[in-house]
Ligand binder design. Structure first.
Ligand code: AN7
Length: 349
């Protein structure tokens, strides 16, 4: 069951006439940590595996709603700016509905898998020699002229869909966790989670609210320095964003929840990226590892985390960015094709 069928009745703007399209998004696993929990010093640690959505990221939850509404409103085309995952998701749902998808991406700063996805789903891909922020400016200006629906998170339908991840966490745990650790780029997701947690509590499904603990990459941390970043830089290309669209709502989520938005260095992100794979069997993309890097940083300075129940959002699948994984150093021994040679490499007697 997709998020429209399961939670559509809790989404503003979704009506009986909204087509109940789905690619099987949502319903992602919440997995208890086996090993990082004690290593980092956390009471109870869970990972929400958003990379298991149909196009491999959390974007599908919101995209299915935005595209369903575009279909209901008889739009023939959708358009977005993207660091990669939004473009993959928009193109997939566009293909599902027979709509033209136009995606504008920063050339050279989008993971290979994401570009391959958009292309395979048949999108018009425009790679600009500029940043994500430039791409979003271009998309905003184009829609002033044409009959096309913007499906970036400035479209409120996106957030209605993305808030369902908070519903699922409460459904799985029986209540809200103490803390939610989440990467922050354009800041739509932290906004959507906070909306989801507050609405689900108002409905009586939770007794409390988590602190929203957002993490940006140090070279792309506008919320941490308090103003936009002109030339954002990070290995976590998904969150290489200098002028987040959902600025005020992310600040509100942070402050109303008593949380924080801090930064982690690329080195901390890549350490967490490897650690998550090696110690938990979870291959998230670098941007996703920012939430784990943030938790590692926070828990080090806050021993009381030992008594807390924490959820880390693993926003996207590591398979999307094979170049980054390879750059970590491929752990491969070459061997002739015979048993004795392989035994020797393995050090077996
Ligand atoms: C894996 O695809 O902005 O703070 O254009 O792909 O809601 O932007 C992606 C963002 C975290 C940050 N993790 O979420 C895009 C795009 C992954 C992401 C984020 C993104 P927001």
């Amino acid at each position: 069951m997709g998020v429209l069928a399961r939670y559509g009745h809790l989404m503003a703007g979704v009506r009986d006439s909204t087509p109940p399209i789905t690619l099987g998004e949502g319903g992602t696993p919440l997995i208890r940590s086996r090993r990082l929990e004690s290593r980092l010093g956390v009471g109870e640690l869970y990972f929400k595996l958003e990379g298991m959505n149909p196009t491999g990221s959390f974007k599908d939850r919101g995209m299915v709603v935005a595209v369903a509404k575009a279909l209901e409103d008889e739009c023939g085309a959708i358009i977005c700016a993207s660091t990669g995952n939004t473009s993959a998701s928009a193109s997939a749902f566009g293909a599902l509905c027979g709509m033209e998808s136009i995606v504008v991406v920063p050339r050279g700063n989008i993971a290979a898998g994401k570009l391959a996805q958009a292309s395979m789903y048949g999108a018009r891909v425009v790679a600009i020699s500029g940043s994500f922020d430039d791409a979003l400016d271009i998309v905003r200006s184009l829609t002033e002229m044409n009959q096309v629906r913007v499906v970036n998170s400035i479209n409120p339908d996106r957030l209605e869909g993305q808030k369902t991840a908070a519903f699922e966490i409460i459904d799985d745990l029986g209540d809200a966790p103490d803390d939610l650790f989440i990467p922050v780029g354009n800041a739509g997701n932290i906004t959507a989670y906070w909306k989801g947690f507050t609405e689900y509590r108002e409905l009586g499904n939770a007794t409390r609210l988590p602190r929203m603990m957002g993490y940006q990459a140090a070279g792309a941390a506008p919320f941490v320095i308090g103003h936009p970043v002109e030339d954002p830089q990070t290995v976590a290309t998904a969150i290489r964003i200098g002028r987040p669209a959902s600025w005020d709502s992310a600040i509100a989520a942070r402050d109303e929840s008593g949380g924080l938005i801090d930064s982690v260095t690329d080195e901390q992100i890549l350490d967490a990226y490897s650690l998550l794979a090696e110690m938990e069997g979870i291959f998230g993309e670098p941007a996703s590892a920012a939430s784990v890097a943030g938790l590692a940083k926070y828990a080090l300075d806050h021993p009381e985390t030992q008594d807390r129940r924490v959820v880390c959002i693993i926003t996207g699948n590591g398979l999307k960015d094979p170049d980054r994984a390879t750059a970590q150093g491929l752990n491969v021994d070459e061997s002739p094709a015979d048993s004795a040679a392989v035994r020797k490499i393995l050090g077996w007697q």
